[in-house]
Design a protein around this ligand. Sequence first.
Ligand code: BES
Ligand code: MN
Ligand code: ZN
Length: 498
Amino acid sequence: MELELRTESVEKTTLPALAVFAFKDDPPRSGTAAFLPSQTQELLGQLKSSGELTGKTFECVLLHRPQGLASERLLVVGAGKQEKFSGALERQLAGAATRFLRSRGIHEFGWVLGQTEGDAPSAQSAAEGALLADFDIESYRTDTDKEPKRAISRVVLFARKGIDKKAVQEQITRGRVIGEARNWARQLVNEPSNNLTPTILAQKAEAMATSHGLKVEVFGPKKIQALKMGAFYSVAQGSEEPPQLIVVKYEPEGAPETPVIGLIGKGVTFDSGGISIKPADSMHEMKTDMAGAATMLAVMQVIAQLKPRLRVTAVVPATENLPSGKAQKPGDIQVSMSGKTIEILNTDAEGRLLLADALTYARQLGCTHLVDAATLTGAVMVALGHITTGVFGWNQEWVDKVLDAARQAGEKFWQMPLDDEYRPQYKSVIADLANTGGRYGGAITAAMFVGEFAEGTPWTHLDIAGTRWTNKEKPYMAKGATGVGVPTLTRLLMNLGK
Ligand code: BES
Ligand code: MN
Ligand code: ZN
């Protein structure tokens, strides 16, 4: 998708469509509809009177040959109440325009930018929103050849004369880089597990890293065992597919020695539950159990391009979780890389096992601050649904940095409590820890289990089980993987590496 910045007048440009957004109280004159010529606003006023234009969020009103404009069409996207407006909404509005117009066979449109300063400048939001919206699940259908490809090839972004063109251009680049990386992550998550084994995930990570000038290492089962990653390996042992440990490093010249940020992503390419097998109904969704890995690898791809002054290491343990004659069994005891012993009470609580060893390894590599992203528990989905990501951690200063970044990036993140009183739930009589903490507070005990392996290193855990995927198509996003976390973690690293 081409993104082109222009400062010429909106009314004189001839495009297949021009798109603006408008608020509820006064759609003809609010939002970016305020930048339309008065003749066009009059027309919108009539539509408002007749009730065709209300400004309700994501309402799309398409006009042909609009008065006062040289463009063939005008699209007015409703933006709801002005008090509720945010950069995140602006991203979605640009996305809604993208999906609406392309569904009508339009390939090119103009988008009028709002405010170009602040936390979520309009240009970045628009670029990011358009890219996210133009993405679809890669189809394996063979009956779609005759349908024309519906995609937007060019968006012209209109800014006011006198703006700092270089700064706005940079915002567009940020939006593009984040949008593209997020779509890359979404593509990986949507991919079925037969086409995304741990080995293929590692190959894709290697290709991404090399093409962006990042250092990358991939370790197979022998090295994983030699490193004594007994918790990680115990999950992998049931599968014919060899596990892979993916390590990607961003070490820009001139960056301070510390901090070193460790990004750990759960990379279970298929989670059947293992011997504690899952019910069949929605087991197919477990091809998405590597969403944390996809997010962290996408963030590496972003920072390789946006170049914060900061060292970052991504550690991704990748494996399948399958039942077989070699699979681990409930009651087995595993020795983690840290030396802590773990009683396996449920082989479906595998995510925390991989994360345990990955955290230990990241610390060994010199990471001073850790963030993990994992589709860790169904319990977080019970608590927060598909809308909000659960945030966990003992070190409030470090957690707050992540929460601030989420606020700035316009992602819905919410901190959940950790408390020593939950600890007895995952004590074992025979080992140091048990890998489940029972039904109640399941997202918390899972997080606390992982946190035991941070050993005092500042650590924030993101449980993205609910937010990794949307089962409903949104006006601004296709059904499927969301690429959650990429904007927030990018923002975090840009804030730290200023
Ligand atoms: N990958 C699942 C969690 C999950 C569930 C992700 C639904 C996305 C959607 C995880 O490995 C798991 O199975 N967790 C168990 C833990 C339990 C056995 C303690 C769960 O949440 O049921
Ligand atoms: Mn599981
Ligand atoms: Zn899992």
